[in-house]
Each structure stands twice: as C-alpha cells, then as structure tokens.
Design a protein around this ligand. Structure first.
Ligand SMILES: NC(=O)c1ccc[n+]([C@@H]2O[C@H](COP(=O)([O-])OP(=O)(O)OC[C@H]3O[C@@H](n4cnc5c(N)ncnc54)[C@H](O)[C@@H]3O)[C@@H](O)[C@H]2O)c1
Length: 438
C-alpha cells in the first residue's frame, strides 16, 4: 500500500519503519527538517530498542521517502496515518494546534485529489474531536464529503516507549472507529495480520477507549504504590502483597467489577475501605486515591437521585433494596441510602425485593433495619403488581430474571424506568427507559 505518515515522533517513526519492513511504500512527513534528514540518511529520530537496525533496513529497501510537503504526500498515497503530538496545554486541556493545522492542510491537499483517500487519526484525541472538529475542517478545506470522497477514522495507538517495535507487532488489540466498512478494509490489510483481535466501533468510542486505557494504567500504578506506602508503614512486604493480589484471576485481574452499574455497598467494601483509611491516617500515610473512592461512590448515588428528581415523577417504586441481587443483606446498601433521600425529598415510595422480607431477616441485618431504618421497613411490599400499579417511575436496582419477567407484564406505557443495573434490552419495553449513565 502507498501510505503517508504525518508526525515522525515515537508513534510515527516506529510505524514508518515497521510498515516499510512489512513491504509498504511509506512517505514520512514532519515539520522538523532534522527528523526528515535523519530518516533520509537511514537513521532513527527516536531512541528505541531495535530502531537503529530497523530504520536502516527500511530506508535501504527504497520504500521510504520523506518530505515536508503535505500536498505531495497526500497526492502520492492512498492512506494517511496522522501521528502528530497532542500535548497538554497549561490549563490541562489538550493542545490541538498541530492536529488542527494538519486537518486544514490535508483538506487543502484533498481538493486536488481525484481518487478516494483514507485518513486515519492515530494521535490521542479527546472524544468527539474527529467527528465534531476535524471532519468539518477537512470537508470545508477540501470542498468534499467524508464517506463519499474520502474517509476519516480513528485508530488508537497502544505502543509503549521503550518497547514500541515489540508493541507494534504484538498490540493488545487493534481498534478502529469508523462510520463505514471501506476504511476498515484498508486497515485490515495493514494490521489484520497482527496476532490480536481486530475490533470495529464508533469513532467516539475508539477515542474514549484510548483515554480509558491510559487512565486505567495510571490508576493501577497508583493503587500499587498506595498499597506499598501503607505496607511500608506496617512493615509488610509490598511485593509479596501485590503478587498475591495479582494471583487472584477471578476477582482481581479479571473483568469482575469493571462493568458500569450502580454504586457499591454491602457489609464489606465500605467498612474495609474506611478501616484502611483510618489506619493510614493513624500512620501519617496519605492515600489520596483510595480516599477518593467513597466520595466518588456517593456521587454515583446522587447521580441516580438526580435522575429521579429530573423525571418529575412523584410516585416511585424501588425494585430491589439489598446491596446486590440474590441477597437479603441491607447493610450499607446504596439503594437503602437512595430510598432515604427520596423520602426526604417528599416522594411517595414503595419497595419490592423478592429476597427481602422483614419477617425473615436475622441477626445484624435485622438489627440494622430495625435500628436504622424502621421507616424504610414499613415501605416494603410483597406484591410486585400492586407496587407497580401505584407508581409512575420504577427504579430497577436488581437483575433478577423472574422479577423482570413479571415486570414486563405489569409495566404500563406511561411508566418511566430508571435502570441502575443495565438490564438493557430485557427492560420491560413498554415503559420510557432511562439508563443510569447509558
Ligand atoms: N509516545 C507514545 O508512547 C504514544 C503512545 C500512544 C499514543 N501516543 C499519541 O500519539 C501522538 C504522537 O505521540 P509521539 O510521542 O509520537 O509525539 P512526538 O511529540 O514524539 O512527535 C510528534 C511529531 O509531530 C510533528 N508535527 C507537529 N506538527 C506537525 C505537522 N503539522 N505536520 C507534520 N508533523 C508535525 C512534530 O514535529 C513531531 O516530530 C500523541 O497524540 C500521543 O498522545 C503516543
């Protein structure tokens, strides 16, 4: 394939060398003449394991040329990879100066092009940038239409500096955000041979995945480091602890707990987190990330309450009360907290949970409801049909097949549903559906 690469930093230079190695003809473009001169001489502009040999061989193959001229590079190639830098502005926002200029220059070049061109943005871009900002710029400057005369798409780059050639050849996956099949086919030809899954999604989702991955990496590093600081204060070996934490592939290093849904609660997580934070405070160990978890969890409950209030409905049925489906444990259930707040705001509330029957509750769970929440206990009903009939809005806080099946029968068209647990397509469809954050 004839490919142009704009921006020959870590991402662009490694892509250029690897694509030329794989047999493609590559035109490298940068505004930095020094980088172009280095590549033209078969030398690498970035320090990376294996790059000296790879660049030398790539340039010796005769498949690499360089230029400062966007127009020439665009006209000579069928696909462009855009890898210019997107650094932080002083206020923390993304500095898009280079990518905005790039889009205008590309658009101008496309004006003269008679064949279709594929533009693949590989720079990390805040979600919405390609659709809302770059596409209109390219269309305006080219006088052409995306999807008809050219295609824009977004393919996040996952390589890490220091191991970038290895990461190029073995990425965690290939993700392409696009609006049609045509650019996807081009990218399958370029990257389909790599030993990983190829995923197709929307451009916005692909942009967001890149941020979510990097933020998750930052979160993991900080978690391990906060654990280590507390371990140091407690005279525990942090490597041993984190090694064992990572040994659990069921709950820790797994998909568990990584699905959007409602706030956490129950008799373990909140109390153990609080005990950890108290212990750290006593030892003068600052743990800002762990400290942020409970307030964030609380905000999630407030978010749900906000949706109920915004709906304007005053008669509410809460389906589910325990902290998770299939248990009758009410201790620190976020649904209990939500019920209290809704009552405080003067809403009429009735509650149904197939697993929670006050007469059956025992021990700490019973004491909890009797001492903390007698007023909530009085709102629990055994007849789902009646609870639904008395309400305008249903809050779905449990994912129980039988209850959902029964609900589908009782729900009316004028009902609104607030889904906290992502029952998705199984939601009783007659009602007006609202997801918590989806
Ligand atoms: N470095 C990484 O490990 C990595 C990994 C994944 C994603 N990314 C993302 O990829 C993008 C590039 O990162 P990088 O580290 O390679 O950046 P970099 O700063 O090393 O290189 C960017 C290059 O773009 C060039 N450039 C700027 N404006 C240009 C223009 N108008 N025309 C042509 N070239 C132009 C610069 O001269 C520079 O050589 C960023 O959005 C970054 O967030 C980087």
């Amino acid at each position: 394939m004839q490919i142009s690469i704009f921006g020959l930093g870590y991402v662009g230079a490694v892509s250029l060398a690897c694509l030329a190695r794989d047999g493609h003809h590559v035109v490298g473009v940068d505004i930095d003449q020094a980088k172009l001169d280095l590549i033209a001489a078969g030398r690498t502009p970035v320090v990376e394991e294996g790059m000296i040999e790879l660049m030398k061989a790539a340039v010796a193959s005769g498949r690499v040329t360089v230029t400062r001229d966007t127009r020439e590079a665009t006209l000579r190639t069928e696909l462009s990879l855009i890898c210019v830098g997107t650094p932080s502005a002083p206020n923390g926002s993304q500095d898009q100066t280079a990518i905005l200029k790039m889009a205008a220059d590309l658009g101008q070049a496309l004006r003269e092009k008679t064949s279709k061109h594929v533009i693949v943005f590989r720079s990390t871009l805040v979600p919405g940038t390609v659709d809302d900002v770059l596409r209109p710029i390219i269309e305006r400057h080219s006088g052409k239409k995306d999807g008809t005369d050219f295609h824009v798409c977004f393919q996040p780059e996952f390589l890490r500096e220091g191991s970038s050639i290895r990461d190029y050849d073995k990425p965690p996956y290939t993700i392409v955000g696009a609006r049609s099949e045509e650019p996807i086919e081009f990218l399958r030809r370029l990257f389909g041979h790599l030993p990983c899954e190829f995923h197709q999604t929307s451009i916005r989702a692909a942009e967001m995945v890149k941020y979510s991955c990097n933020n998750f990496h930052a979160l993991k590093i900080t978690f391990a480091n906060e654990v280590a600081r507390l371990c140091e204060a407690l005279d525990v070996d942090p490597f041993e602890v984190m090694n064992l934490v990572c040994e659990d592939k069921q709950l820790n290093i797994s998909r568990a707990y990584l699905k959007p849904g409602f706030a956490f609660g129950g008799s373990c997580l909140p109390k153990d987190l609080r005990a950890t934070l108290y212990l750290a405070k006593n030892r003068d160990v600052a743990l800002p990330m762990l400290n942020g978890i409970l307030p964030s969890n609380r905000l999630h409950i407030d978010h749900a309450i906000g949706k109920v209030i915004e709906s304007g409905k005053r008669h509410v049925a809460m389906i589910g009360l325990a902290f998770k489906t299939g248990t009758d444990d009410l201790r620190e259930s976020p649904l209990v907290l939500m019920a209290e707040q809704l009552l405080g705001k003067g809403l009429a509330l009735e509650i149904y949970d197939p697993d929670v029957h006050l007469s059956n509750l025992l021990g700490a769970n019973r004491r909890f409801i009797e001492s903390h929440l007698p007023h909530i206990g009085a709102l629990i009903r055994r007849d789902l049909k009646e609870v639904v009939a008395n309400s305008e809005l249903l809050i779905l806080g449990l994912n129980d097949r039988d209850t959902l099946k029964a609900l589908a029968e009782y729900v009316r068209e004028d009902h609104a549903i607030l889904d906290l647990v992502n029952i998705g397509t199984e939601a009783p469809l007659k009602a007006k559906y609202m997801g918590l954050c989806w």
